[in-house]
Design a protein around this ligand. Structure first.
Ligand code: ATP
Length: 200
């Protein structure tokens, strides 16, 4: 899968419709501080189905909508489209094919996704990218400060990151549940013993 083109409208600082062609090879985005470089990466993660506003530096998902400036009113919606190319041989096709994923959010109405113009679910979009070993949480997308955060992390935090990457953090949650159930069962057994000895 290759990303070919990114279109944004009303997304964070990109109030006017903007279009970026992504050519084969290395793409660099340069510009002064605060011009919106990180917003571009966040737009890619958002259209791929990112569900956490915090990881997009916001308090709520509607924070991705252009919030207005001293001279411009806020927008009511944000929309991002990503044109992707499935290379020949990918997905069982001998020919290269293209598809476009769009995510739109409106104030008070939440997000909606489209794949080539058809309404789809967030899950469908996430699976499309997961099948190509990428997605909103792909370690290939390294946000600003992420490397510093890994270096500065305490050992226990770093271990949590590794466990998440290895897909075993869910096992810890299940173990905690199982331990709580075991403790409750032991308490019940003890109570039962007490009741039985009272009756003897
Ligand atoms: P740096 O080089 O300093 O990291 P950058 O080029 O990566 O900067 P971003 O962090 O992408 O810049 O963009 C920050 C800009 O986006 C700020 O000016 C901020 O006000 C603007 N911005 C973020 N969210 C919104 C929003 N919802 N509405 C309007 N502007 C926004």
């Amino acid at each position: 899968m290759r990303f070919r083109r990114l279109k944004l409208s009303g997304f964070k600082s990109f109030v006017e419709p903007a279009e970026l062609r992504i050519e084969p090879g290395l793409t660099g985005v340069v510009g002064p501080n605060g011009c919106g470089k990180s917003n571009l990466l966040e737009a890619i993660r958002w259209v791929m189905g990112e569900g956490s506003p915090k990881s997009l530096r916001g308090g709520g998902m509607e924070d991705v909508i252009f919030a207005g400036t001293a001279t411009r009113p806020p927008r009511d919606f944000a929309e991002v489209s990503l044109l992707i190319e499935h290379e020949a041989g990918e997905g069982g096709s001998d020919l290269a094919t293209e598809s476009e994923v769009t995510r739109r959010i409106e104030r008070g109405a939440g997000s909606a996704y489209r794949l080539d113009g058809r309404d789809v679910r967030q899950k469908d979009v996430s699976l499309l990218f997961a099948d190509a070993a990428t997605g909103a949480h792909s370690p290939a997308l390294v946000s600003q400060g992420r490397i510093g955060a890994v270096i500065a992390a305490k050992p226990v935090e770093r271990r949590m990151m590794l466990e998440e990457a290895a897909g075993i953090s869910g096992l810890h949650a299940r173990r905690k549940d199982a331990e709580a159930k075991l403790r409750a069962t032991e308490a019940n057994l003890q109570r039962l013993d007490e009741l039985l000895s009272d009756q003897e």
